[in-house]
Design a protein around this ligand. Structure first.
Ligand code: ADP
Ligand code: MG
Length: 334
């Protein structure tokens, strides 16, 4: 059973960035306005995320890492939210099977913080000889999740990582996306022990400032924004995209569907084709696109390893969004 759990976990979490994505989403779901991320060795040695959200109640700690039995289940009647957030209830469980996991958390109504360690889905003692119960400690409201030695017990996976800078680049890329999307939330991300700032976005930053801070000035100074609402297909689009004189070697594509960063090669391809007629030869656009689609129409994570999403009327929605871009670009004569 344990081996099965470990293999399943290793399929959901293939690289450190996949674990971090789940942790960021949990922190955002908890209503945090500040996320601080520290990474060591590309996330393989350490992934730590500290938030100032709701915290986790002490009573929930014993079952926190059991699959499908998390506190969101208590609100099971809220199927809408489950659709929106791709309810799975197995991120922390998976992490506990393939890494050393510690959680320090404090809710508003608790007089102290609680720290718990997990292995294989269950509470585990911090040190040999201690009991596994959560321990009271000092701390502020919110949650700190510490993931150490990812894949320590999956040597084949562990060996597959060639460079920690490559893994860190994926992490910085992901944090940059959420830092752009989550307005009102401060983000920081750096390598452990690094004196440099890494990524630093204050809570008050506007979306253009967020793009400036996480991507680059040239991009942020040359954007057009638009909103689109469509009742027929039940969606809303919010976009900030390159203007017609943008030129970069690669497309930067930030796609959010129902506030989750996702991939869609169909949308990306259509958008690139739309730009091809307008940008200087070989130039590629920057595109931030946030779609809110009726959750009933979205197919979230059919399989956990699948990071692409599908939704109803995909072609029609893509066409409408690309039409909007085309119209605006067409008006600019640079
Ligand atoms: P899911 O998010 O699908 O429910 P997870 O394993 O990611 O499953 O998280 C389990 C539960 O732990 C969440 O539903 C939430 O109640 C709680 N939780 C996890 N991380 C945090 C956090 N940073 N702040 C508050 N609660 C959290
Ligand atoms: Mg989660």
């Amino acid at each position: 059973q344990d081996v099965v759990n470990k293999i399943a976990a290793g399929e959901i979490i293939v690289a450190p960035v996949h674990a971090l994505k789940e942790l960021i989403e949990n922190a955002v779901d908890a209503g945090s306005t500040s996320l601080e991320i520290v990474v060591k060795d590309g996330g393989l040695k350490l992934l730590q995320i500290t938030d100032n959200g709701s915290g986790i109640s002490k009573d929930d700690l014993p079952i926190l890492c059991e699959r499908f039995t998390t506190s969101k289940l208590k609100a099971f009647e809220d199927l809408q939210a489950i659709g929106t957030y791709g309810f799975r209830g197995e991120a922390l469980a998976s992490i506990s099977h393939i890494a050393h996991l510690a959680v320090t958390t404090k809710t508003a109504d608790s007089s102290c913080a609680w720290k718990a360690h997990y292995a294989g889905g269950k509470l585990t003692p911090a040190k040999a000889g201690q009991n596994a119960d959560p321990k009271a400690c000092a701390g502020r409201q919110g949650t700190q999740i510490t993931v150490e030695d990812l894949f320590y017990n999956v040597p084949t996976r562990r060996r597959a990582f060639r460079s920690s800078s490559e893994e860190y680049a994926k992490i910085a890329d992901l944090v940059g996306k959420y830092a752009v999307h989550c307005q009102g939330v401060a983000f920081s991300c750096k390598k452990h022990g690094d004196s440099g700032a890494g990524i630093a976005v204050p809570a008050t930053a506007s979306i253009r400032d967020r793009i400036r801070l996480t991507h680059n000035n040239a991009v942020a100074n040359d954007l057009i924004d638009f909103q689109l609402t469509n009742e027929q297909y039940g969606f809303k689009a919010d976009a900030l995209v390159s203007n017609a004189n943008h030129s970069a070697k690669r497309t930067t594509f930030l796609l959010f569907i129902n506030h989750r960063s996702v991939d869609s090669s169909a949308i990306k391809k259509a958008v690139e084709q739309t730009y091809a007629a307008f940008l200087p030869k070989g130039g590629k656009p920057f595109v931030y696109l946030s779609l809110e689609i009726d959750p009933a129409r979205v197919d979230v994570n059919v399989h956990p390893t699948k990071r692409e999403v599908n939704f109803l009327n995909e072609e029609e929605i893509i066409e409408l969004v690309c039409d909007d871009i085309r119209q605006r670009l067409g008006k600019v004569d640079t």
